[in-house]
Design a protein around this ligand. Structure first.
Ligand code: FES
Length: 181
């Protein structure tokens, strides 16, 4: 399940300047009506990977919706995030087969290495950890998806190896989330 507001180390984070050009382009493609709020937020998140505060302000002005209405929608749908995620979204399967075969041990290993729990992002902003219900590959339990890559029959030792192999990658295609939770 996705979490939309937890980020480890966020207190020390510097505020980045957000380029709002794409937000304006997106808004120009929608009539100014409240019913478009969800698709507008989805498009913006596709571009920025989360919903920066500055983009939300433009959405409010364009669609004529209040802050409470926008944040009400954001907090209702777990697909939306208001903090910048790590380069890789990690979906760790917590379905029954994966759970029984050690998913919580994998989560513990990730906490040992990266100091993250489900819903959190590590300080280097590499990994955002999410748990998921059955990912449909129980034969390979326990399993996880890192970015677009599926990894099965993982164990604590492999966890270190697999995640370590992503640490210096700059491939943006890998960073794209497969689909909202
Ligand atoms: S329980 Fe994990 S893939 Fe089915």
């Amino acid at each position: 399940m996705a979490t939309n507001n937890a980020t480890a180390g966020s207190e020390t984070e510097e505020k980045k300047e957000i380029d709002l050009t794409r937000t304006r382009e997106i808004l120009n493609g929608f009539p100014r009506a409240r019913r478009h709020l969800i698709p507008v937020l989805q498009k913006i998140q596709e571009v920025y990977r989360y919903l920066p505060e500055e983009t939300i302000k433009l959405v409010m002005a364009w669609l004529g919706v209040s802050k409470a209405q926008v944040y009400g929608v954001i907090s209702f749908y777990p697909q939306f995030r208001i903090t910048e995620p790590g380069k890789f979204i990690v979906k760790l399967c917590y379905g029954t087969a994966c759970f029984v075969k050690g998913a919580p041990i994998i989560a513990g290993k990730l906490h040992d290495i990266y100091h993250i729990r489900p819903g959190e992002t590590d300080k280097k902003k590499m990994f955002t950890l999410q748990t998921a219900s059955c990912l449909g590959n129980c034969g390979a339990a326990p399993m996880c998806i890192i970015g677009n890559d599926v990894h099965g029959t993982i164990d604590p030792e492999k966890t270190k190896e697999i995640f370590g192999s992503y640490e210096n990658t700059e491939d943006p295609a890998q960073a794209k989330e497969t689909s909202p939770a």
